[in-house]
Design a binder for this molecule. Structure first.
Ligand code: ATP
Ligand code: MG
Length: 601
């Protein structure tokens, strides 16, 4: 549900600057990316499709590999790339980096598209009344990449190496020792071309040889010691089927994808910093050869998101799913975006988080409570309120029949949202028996306890003042019923209702109209802040108490809750009707986040 539209501020608040914004503003001021740049490149349809028809100022891209579900770290990159494009009047491409057919799947492609849409972002642009759509996949460019590889061979910049993978690894050297040239390094272009075509035509076994860029085996940057750029892999690709049995390496494919799409600012995480020289080397060679036009895209690196109490690696998240540590990619404890969504996160909360953490060039850890705080803040201003009793025990008002009449029910009401009167009021009954939370009664109260104990008066929120008289217990001493008497003429909202002063107010639900609900109390998935730091076995710190399922009673207004609706259960926290299991027949609510940050307390 949305809050009534407030008047928008006259000018949107300025976004805090960061190093990427400064680079972009500088480039725009210098006119670095000119009409010529947008004019397309010789003979390539994809290039024209992506860039020729519109004068975007900047072009960014979000390039996921479709080998898993997106997580909160990806959300940082998504909000950054799409957000910069939006703020500078450009466009952001969604591009699937699908160069690794064994690990990728259409299921992931579809889920990623769905997730980016859900976050409220899209890859459409409109300039001068002409709209365009910018959804791409690396496999669209396999033909171009193949031609680029042949060009590099012919120009003496690449060779086919028949050393084994192990030999290549050993001969690459390390930080202390330069690499050793492959015995195949000085084959002629004609020989290399013949071999490469044999690779393409299926003439060699998987792994028998690779195509390598010919750069510098003594480079201090190991990424420039003749990196592999094409490999033989007989695998069916989800988009190109069995057309290819050779596939480009990611480091070769990625710069080409950026260039073909006229990306201006290619933003990636810091671990790719050492790859930037190869990115530039490759694009410089292809520009020299006339396959691409200048200026080519530039790569800029920013710090990845490290969030405490979760893991953000697709491999590790997949392990949690396949080892049944959680109930799927969308388990509400997962830091996947589908998991966060099912937990009750909204796109606004995730965008607020991305903005709040900012973007820098140095790695750091963000505390999980920062993410939770963003959810709390966005739900506080919008979520309807409701009363719920999570650990119900019956309260009997022993003088009810005498004061109100036998079997009588009295009508109470409360605002749907305390600050949004336009949302109206909700109503519910009160009667002789109501459900209260077990922890709201103490026979002998500890210091500072102002709720129910014999002789004390409290207010049933939105209802009457009552005075506790005691409790009945079973043989084991467990409270069966709490007893109290109604104090007449104290109903909230009636004249003189506050004549009786009380220190405690408790929430409740009438036995007559409360509805049963399953409530899933989620907690952090790991007990350690950095579950996988320093190569630790992350499964060892799984929180055994990350899910507790309870039977609660909730107020009748929640009978109309639809899957995905969010509420504040007063005094308890924010809850969401489960997207999958909640229905008209069975209410299921997930704890999204508590009212206060209480982790570790
Ligand atoms: P994982 O390590 O989970 O497999 P990945 O980096 O391999 O993630 P990609 O699909 O290649 O996953 O990522 C797409 C984009 O998301 C990349 O540009 C990558 O830099 C970015 N990204 C991934 N993880 C994070 C993170 N934790 N913080 C910021 N950006 C991230
Ligand atoms: Mg990656």
């Amino acid at each position: 549900m949305s809050s009534p539209a407030a008047n928008p501020p006259a000018t949107a608040p300025a976004k805090p600057s960061n190093f990427l914004r400064q680079i972009i503003e500088h480039d725009l001021a210098q006119g670095t990316y000119t009409a010529r740049h947008w004019g397309g490149s010789p003979g390539d349809a994809a290039h024209h499709a992506a860039g020729a028809s519109d004068p975007a100022k900047i072009r960014t891209r979000f390039p996921p590999e479709p080998n898993g579900y997106l997580h909160i770290g990806h959300a940082k990159s998504i909000c950054l790339n799409f957000g910069l494009a939006r703020d500078y009047g450009g466009v952001c491409h969604l591009r699937f980096d699908d160069t690794n057919p064994e690990k990728e799947d259409q299921e992931y492609v579809d889920a990623i598209i769905d997730t980016v849409h859900w976050l409220g972002l899209d890859w459409n642009a409109s300039f001068n009344g002409v709209s365009s759509t910018h959804l791409y996949q690396a496999s669209d460019y396999f033909d171009f990449m193949y031609r680029a590889a042949e060009y590099l061979i012919q120009a003496g910049h690449a060779y086919v190496d028949e050393q084994s993978a192990e030999e290549i690894r050993i001969n690459r050297g390390d930080f202390g020792a330069p690499g050793v040239d492959s015995p195949f390094r000085n084959r002629t272009p004609a020989e290399n071309l013949a071999r490469f075509r044999e690779m393409r035509d299926g003439g060699h076994e998987d792994g028998a040889m690779v195509l390598r860029a010919k750069i510098d085996m003594a480079s201090p940057n190991i990424n420039l010691r003749d990196p592999a750029i094409y490999r033989i892999r007989r695998a069916t690709h989800h988009a190109t089927g069995d057309k290819w049995c050779i596939y480009p390496m990611y480091t070769f494919a990625h710069p080409i994808e950026d260039a073909l799409e006229n990306i201006t600012h290619s933003l990636c995480t810091l671990e790719f910093e050492d790859q930037r020289p190869f990115y530039d080397w490759l694009l410089d060679r292809l520009c020299e050869g006339g396959l691409l036009s200048t200026p080519h895209p530039h790569q800029y690196e920013f710090a990845r998101l490290n969030l405490t109490y979760v893991v953000t690696s697709k491999r590790k998240l997949a392990a949690l799913v396949y080892d049944h540590k959680v109930k799927g990619w969308d388990d509400p404890r997962m830091p996947t975006i589908v998991g966060l969504r099912r937990r009750g996160y909204t796109p606004e909360a995730i965008q607020l988080f991305a903005e709040r953490i900012g973007v820098t060039k140095s790695d750091s850890w963000i505390d999980y409570s920062t993410l939770e705080g963003c959810l709390r803040e966005t739900l506080d201003v919008s979520a309807p309120r409701a009363m719920a009793v999570l650990d119900p025990v019956k309260l009997v008002l022993t003088n009810w029949d005498a004061v109100m009449g036998a079997g009588a029910l009295d009508e109470c009401s409360a605002p749907v949202h305390p600050h949004l009167p336009a949302l109206g009021r909700r109503s519910f009954k009160i009667g002789k028996e109501v459900w209260i939370d077990r922890s709201d009664f103490e026979e002998t109260p500890p210091k500072g306890f102002f709720r129910l104990f014999p002789g004390n008066k409290v207010r049933l929120k939105y209802g009457h003042v009552i005075e506790c008289t005691g409790a009945t217990r079973d043989a084991a001493g467990k409270v069966l019923e709490v007893h109290a008497t109604l104090v007449p003429d104290t109903k909230s909202g009636t004249p003189g209702s506050d004549a009786v002063k009380v220190k405690g107010v408790i929430t409740w639900v009438a036995a007559a109209d409360g509805i049963p609900a399953e409530v899933r109390l989620y907690d952090r998935l790991f007990t350690e802040a950095q579950p996988d730091a320093g190569g630790k076995e992350f499964l060892a710190s799984l929180n055994p108490n990350s899910l507790k399922v309870i039977q609660a009673v909730v107020e009748p207004s929640l009978a109309n809750a639809k899957a995905d609706d969010k509420f504040q259960f007063e005094r308890h926290g924010y809850f969401v009707a489960d997207r999958v299991d909640h229905s008209g027949a069975k209410s299921v609510f997930n704890l999204a986040v508590g009212l206060k940050d209480s982790w570790g307390k």
